[in-house]
Design a protein around this ligand. Sequence first.
Ligand code: F0G
Length: 448
Amino acid sequence: MVAYKSKVVERIHLPSRERRERALEEAGYNVFELAAEEVFVDLLTDSGTGAMSDEQWAALLRGDESYAGSRSFDELESAVQDVMGFSRVVPTHQGRGAENVLYGALLSEGDVALNNTHFDTTRAHVANQGADPVDCPVDRAHDLTVDGSFKGNFSLDRAWSIVDEVGAERVPVVISTITNNSAAGQPVSVENTRRVREFADEIGATFVIDACRFAENAAFVRDREAEFSDSTAAEIAREQLGYADALVMSGKKDGLVNAGGFVATDNETLFERCKQRAILYEGFPTYGGMSGRDVAAMAVGLREAVEEAYVTDRLEQVRTFAELLEDAGVPIYTPPGGHAVYLDAASALPHVPPAEFPGQALVCALYREGGVRGVELGSFAFPDTDRPELVRLAIPRRTYHREHLEHVVETATTVLENQEAVSGLEVISEPENRELRHFTASLEPISH
Ligand code: F0G
């Protein structure tokens, strides 16, 4: 049941088919290069693209822009204490700012960081410290169709085998990303979180939770982990996050704001180290690269994210979207994650070989057919890895209605009905750093 109504709206329109064809060509068949105005339903990301509540807009007006000692920071600190259970907060401009602050304080050259799956920016920040980011997903994480309640879990078996190989002293940091964005937004159980805590204790490592989507994860736990069936998402969030030594947070997800992030911890030594790095890279530690008003809005957003009505509706919307796609015969990763539905492009376009980027071909076809923007997360975004050919359709929070999602389903159905018309792509130009090529590379359709 939707627990909000619209008070402010933004006009969107579907450009003509000719215009879409031209826009795609001008963008080099890379949807990151499209002007947002040319997009009808924008499912590129759930990050910073959601709608704020009237309470958040009100907080925005009350934001305190003082350089030091801002009242808005006190509000954030209380929200983090109440919702997440941590006493010390270092605000940052967004999640990757928090990663730079925290991982710079925890990692050195030659270290290894273990994570259920590193998100791209996490991987880059770990590597930027000269450390080696190693993923420890469970086997079923990359199985697109196997059923499972917690396919996002951290594999202790994998983690132990790495520790046996490199030695515990080289692994100072263990991270659990909840939900696991790079594993199709799958949740992590509290039981798994406890076991990661024990593992971190055994090897003497700091346990970090990447809490970007902590509220969605808590709602999954309520629905799927028997021990918590009578608990609220708010209670579960505090329990689960409480196992960590520190959190990295992007407020652009479950902070329900358009900008912002933070590090949170109870460890005074770590707090001091993070504070010093924050002054260098982010700003004075009572604003951290955000304006006071953004800090104030994030303080309200964190509390709203764990409200039962909000977070239940959030998961329900994603699940309904997935069901509509499945009913229409569109192949997807199952079960759906908390913030997105991932299409299985290899099954959707079996005539496009991996070398011709079926995921990117599908992304382009969705835009051409219905002005829908998704993002490829397969062999185009991750060259030289054997990831499944997925296309992520991320749902911004409190933004689109069922009708928008029905339009996406119709669009995908039409694309699949005419799949032979979708050709593969080749890369025409790409930046020096191949790992970031999907943001700026240009492509062209291949005519056979
Ligand atoms: N960690 C996770 C798990 C994320 O999903 C993201 C961002 C970050 C860290 C970095 O946060 O963007 O505020 O700097 N994910 C976005 C996405 C970009 O589209 O999935 P940020």
